[in-house]
Structure formats: structure tokens, C-alpha cells
Ligand binder design. Structure first.
Ligand SMILES: [Cu+2]
Length: 301
């Protein structure tokens, strides 16, 4: 199932810190106020309890608003994935439970949509996503700090979108086009709650984290900490990854809209995802940031 990928080769590779970040990257734990009613955009809810995930069996295709409710008693990491052509939801569910070693095979069978990590008990989160049509898997597991281990309890649901219903584009304040390997986006962003549209026009998974740099720190400092742990400088990193901004990895061709708020200032945005083309070619991958997928933005009042 893992094709030509040599897992022992990639297991300890230097992109692992980036991979960890990608998996654990957190969206807002305290989502800003809900966007104004957009009645033309179909909506549905995915609810997670202590022993099950419930979702409608069939949902509207196209652009939808997805609300994720955590009705369980523990913080949960909840992700959505599209089952790729030629794969089955059973395969994706099995691989999603497999921890680190199943991750590369999972890349070939699923395309990730936004995930929410963590959702606190009793909390709910939302985003818009273009489902188009297809079969989708919801994976919910207890939130962990660090790499999710194999054997953790996963709760799953499967739903399908058979027909395009949502054809209304949300009105985005900021548009970000993610390609291999750059962000096409404005240099200047308005402070306060903004609806960000993320389009992955590249051929690999891409994400965007937002980093607040310490005085005098630069791109090279972030990359030094994201690279080979053996080479990472001692001491705490001179930057902070904002927990309530950016987007976790989404697959090639996916589109999603998330609302978050930035205070005025200068920020670095970057993609620490490893270059999977290199992994599949059996080479030691560089991160997308090292390939140039990194940018400074200014948030203005
Ligand atoms: Cu990327």
C-alpha cells in the first residue's frame, strides 16, 4: 500500500518537525463571532460525542458551511478528508488510525480539508469549504500535544456529496492562492476579523501558519527551528506561531474559507510541509518554506 515509499528512510528525516507542526497546527480555540448569515450557502453540522461522530449521510455538494460541534467530554482533534478516486473510505479510516507510519500512504488516498485542532468540550467551530462532489471521512480523536500515536481511539463518520448545490462564493476579505512553492496574496491585510479564502492551486498539500517574530528575528530563524532538530539553535525560538490564524494543510485543488483576526503588526506566513515529490522520489525532502513558500505581511489598522 505504501508504493515505492521507504518508510524507514523518511521516518527520521529532517522534515519531521514540519510534519508534526502540520498535524498539530491549531486553529483558533476561541473562534471570533460568527459571520453574518449567508443564506444562499448550504450548511450542515458534524457532531462528535464521547462514542460517535454524527453527520448527515448525504450533504449538499459545492460550497458549504460546515459547523463542527464537540459534544464530548474531552478536547478533540477533528479533521475532514476527501477520499481520492480509486480509494475507499475504509482504507482512509484505517490509515487515519495508523499514526506516523501510515501518514505517507494516507497522502495517496485522501485529500485533506480543514481540520480543527483542538475543539474544546462544548465548543463549536465553522468554516466554508468547496466539497464539489465526492465521499468524505470525518476523523475525530482525543486531542494530544505531540504526535498522535497509533492505537488511539478514533471516531469516524462517512458522508457523500452527490450533487452540486452550493454555488455561492463567500465574499472573502483576503484571497490566498497557494502554489508550489509560493503564496500569491496581498502584502497588506486589514486588522480585525477577516474572512480568508485559501485556494490550493499547487500539486501538493499546502498550509499557512502565521508567525509573530521577536524583535530582530527573521525568516532564517524560523527555518533554523523548523529544520533538522540536530541543527536547531539552543534556547527558545525567537518567534511565536499564532494559535488562532492560518490554515492547516489542505490537499491540491481544495478551497476553504476561514475567519480569523490579526492585530496590527508585521507577520511571517509560511508552509513547513515537506516536499512530498522528493519523498516519493526517495530523496531527502526540503520544506516548502525552504523552497520559498514564505512571506512577510503587514497588518494595518
Ligand atoms: Cu506548501
Amino acid at each position: 500500500m505504501s508504493g515505492s515509499i521507504n518508510l524507514s528512510q523518511v521516518r527520521t528525516a529532517r522534515w519531521l518537525p514540519g510534519l508534526l507542526l502540520m498535524l498539530l497546527f491549531s486553529l483558533s480555540a476561541c473562534q471570533p463571532v460568527q459571520a453574518p448569515a449567508a443564506s444562499a450557502i448550504p450548511a450542515f453540522t458534524i457532531a462528535v460525542s464521547d462514542d460517535a461522530v454524527s453527520a448527515p449521510e448525504v450533504v449538499p455538494g459545492g460550497i458549504v458551511r460546515v459547523t463542527i460541534q464537540n459534544n464530548s467530554s474531552i478536547p478533540m482533534d477533528i479533521g475532514l478528508a476527501r477520499v481520492l478516486e480509486g480509494s475507499t473510505s475504509e482504507e482512509v479510516i484505517a490509515l487515519a488510525q495508523g499514526g506516523e507510519e501510515a501518514f505517507i500512504p494516507l497522502l495517496t488516498k485522501a485529500s485533506f480539508l480543514p481540520s480543527v485542532n483542538p475543539v474544546d468540550p462544548g465548543a463549536e467551530r465553522w468554516f466554508y469549504v468547496d466539497l464539489r462532489t465526492g465521499v468524505f471521512v470525518v476523523d475525530a480523536a482525543e486531542h494530544v500535544e505531540g504526535m498522535p500515536g497509533a492505537g488511539a481511539l478514533h471516531l469516524n463518520a462517512v458522508f457523500s456529496a452527490d450533487e452540486i448545490v452550493g454555488v455561492t462564493e463567500p465574499v472573502a476579505d483576503v484571497a490566498v492562492d497557494m502554489v508550489n512553492f509560493a503564496y500569491a496574496m496581498p502584502d497588506e491585510i486589514q486588522a480585525g476579523p477577516q474572512l480568508w479564502q485559501f485556494t490550493n492551486s499547487g500539486e501538493q498539500w499546502h498550509m499557512m501558519f502565521v508567525v509573530d517574530l521577536a524583535e530582530g528575528a527573521g525568516v532564517e530563524d524560523v527555518m533554523a527551528f523548523m529544520g533538522d532538530p540536530a541543527m536547531a539553535p539552543a534556547g527558545p525560538p525567537p518567534f511565536e506561531i499564532l494559535p488562532d490564524a492560518g490554515i492547516p494543510s489542505i490537499g491540491a485543488g481544495e478551497r476553504a474559507w476561514l475567519e480569523f483576526s490579526l492585530a496590527p503588526g508585521e507577520y511571517l506566513v509560511g508552509c513547513p510541509v515537506p516536499d512530498v515529490a522528493a519523498i516519493f522520489a526517495g530523496e531527502m525532502p526540503m520544506s516548502h518554506m525552504e523552497h520559498g513558500m514564505v512571506k512577510m505581511i503587514t497588518v494595518v489598522e
